[in-house]
Write a protein that binds this ligand. Structure first.
Ligand SMILES: [Zn+2]
Length: 267
């Protein structure tokens, strides 16, 4: 069974034809974890999970939204039920820092500290509920330290259960995360040109630490690049990884499904 471990069918991009997208998921018989990025989209992910047997939810406040709303841990706690299988996405985003700088008149250091505070709050929520963590990292154009900083917080908090979704660090950092016990999530980016580092990491990664995801509506794989992404396209990520490794496409699908079922305890 195919599993998309990171999608956002809870986002506006799907408001007009969600039923059709869900139908295409059902036709393949796949599972989907929808990820919240703010309180309202977390709530929406939980509703979708309650309506669809094969849908699950993760709840959190994305690092690019740390100034858009207060992170109210109690409110998020109240969302948690048996279909909520993770906390996040949370972490460090140094790519969109300038937005916070301009919009909220903050310094780089202030934004980073705020992201760190919220990252640690999410870790607490995950620990309190014995849930894995969905971590978002993105380096800035001239700031390659997002993954290093994520690693330091995870190590400091002694967290070992979760995924670094849409992994975009280097091989050395990938090894550190895997040593901690973390999984790495691969998206359609691996089907794009000029992604040698990512391909090296996909060749190297131990099978039991590999997850596949779409990050839909973003990052549609080739041959849909530039279009709106959807969970059924996660097949193309599996295909691309298989082309780099000894395993077949079916084996990659099976192994990543097994990993997702285990990590997120999907029923
Ligand atoms: Zn995402």
């Amino acid at each position: 069974m195919l599993i998309d471990s990171h999608a956002h069918l809870n986002f506006k991009a799907f408001k007009d034809d969600l039923a059709d997208v869900i139908k295409r998921c059902d036709e393949i018989g796949m599972k989907v974890i929808n990820i919240g990025a703010a309180f309202d989209t977390s709530q929406r992910a939980v509703v979708l999970a309650s309506e669809q047997e094969n849908f699950y939810a993760s709840i959190g406040l994305h690092p690019i939204h740390v100034y858009d709303e207060e992170f109210d841990a109690k409110k998020f706690q109240d969302l948690i039920n048996e279909k909520v299988v993770a906390v996040g996405e949370t972490g460090f985003d140094y790519f969109h820092l300038w937005q916070a700088l301009e919009k909220h008149n903050k310094s780089v250091e202030e934004v980073k500290q705020k992201q760190e505070k919220l990252f640690r709050d999410h870790i607490k929520l995950a620990k309190d509920n014995d849930l894995p963590l969905i971590v978002h990292g993105r380096n800035g154009k001239d700031d390659p330290n997002a993954y290093r900083d994520i690693y330091n917080v995870l190590k400091d908090e002694k967290v070992n259960r979760g995924v670094i979704h849409c992994y975009g660090g280097n091989l050395e950092e990938a090894k550190q995360f895997v040593d901690l016990g973390f999984h790495l999530g691969f998206t359609g980016i691996i089907t794009f040109d000029k992604t040698e580092t990512l391909r090296e990491i996909a060749k190297w990664i131990p099978l039991d630490k590999m997850l596949i995801e779409t990050d839909a509506p973003y990052l549609a794989p080739v041959p849909f690049r530039g279009k709106r992404n959807e969970p059924s396209y996660v097949q193309y990520v599996a295909k691309q990884i298989a082309s780099l490794r000894a395993e077949t496409e079916d084996e990659i699908v099976d192994i990543t499904a097994k990993n997702a079922n285990k990590l997120f305890n999907l029923k």
